[in-house]
Design a protein around this ligand. Structure first.
Ligand SMILES: [Zn+2]
Ligand SMILES: [Zn+2]
Length: 254
């Protein structure tokens, strides 16, 4: 099993998880050509993908899904709530499948465990994806951690974890007050300290990869995110990977 990011942040997200010949793209917030170019950087063509999994209906996650899936004849999976919110996007497409945010299912070789999260969308989820041996937890776009989230992510072999903002940078930054409140609120995004606290609440003894994701360009820096996560794990800061907006990150093996 291995995984790679096409890019991460408020301008677009996409993450590929592969086990054998099964390759799932989680979210596609990029235009069709851009997504294909980003996949090519990982050595993949769109036709190599098995399916697209959606986390929620915000444009940085779902913006390119329908066009990319239609162009390349890929099935799409999303929660019933997400599909209800954006039903017109998928009109006329036959291979669009809904699921409940608390039900585990499989796509070929990969087991998909949706993780319901508090975020300002209709039925947002994040995912724990496994091949029967290893498990990858992907957690971005949530305002606060919950006992449910922590139970799901505990014991994973790799984590891609939201470090959206540094709280002091957000507070002193240029965003309007209402946007600051939304981002820092219970249905917004995790700050570096929240992500570090989450790590201290779960079993990280199996972790071979930790990657900070969905960093704000305005309100965070890779060094601050690395410092927060490495402080929680007691590891060297440069062991913490960063999912960049432009370059994502290269394949990580599990
Ligand atoms: Zn997002
Ligand atoms: Zn979102």
């Amino acid at each position: 099993m291995r995984f790679a990011s096409l890019g991460s942040g408020s301008e677009g997200n996409g993450l590929v998880v592969e086990a054998g010949a099964t390759r799932i793209l989680i979210d596609c917030g990029f235009a069709v050509r851009d997504a294909a170019a980003r996949l090519a950087r990982c050595g993949l063509a769109p036709g190599d993908l098995t399916a697209i999994l959606v986390t929620h209906e915000h444009a940085d996650h779902i913006g390119g899904v329908a066009a990319f899936a239609a162009r390349h004849a890929l099935p799409v999976w999303a929660t019933f709530g997400t599909l209800a919110e954006v039903s017109e996007r998928f009109e006329g497409m036959t291979h669009v499948y809904g699921f409940d945010s608390h039900n585990t299912f499989a796509i070929d070789a990969l087991e998909i465990v949706p993780v319901a999260v508090p975020h300002d969308a209709r039925e947002p989820v994040q995912y724990v994806i496994g091949d029967g041996v290893r498990r990858l937890g992907v957690l971005t776009d949530l305002g606060v951690s919950t006992t449910h989230v922590e139970a799901c992510l505990s014991g994973c072999d790799a984590l891609v974890l939201e470090c959206n903002h540094d709280i002091a940078m957000l507070e002193s930054g240029s965003y309007p007050h209402s946007l600051k409140q939304r981002i820092a609120g219970r249905f917004g995004h995790l700050c570096n300290d929240d992500a570090a606290r989450l790590l201290m609440h779960i079993d990280t003894s199996h972790l071979v990869h930790i990657i900070a994701a969905h960093l704000s360009k305005e309100n965070n820096t890779p060094d601050l995110a690395r410092a927060a996560l490495s402080g929680a794990l007691g590891c060297a800061p440069d062991w913490v990977g960063i999912a960049g907006q432009d370059d994502g990150f290269d394949w990580r093996e599990l």
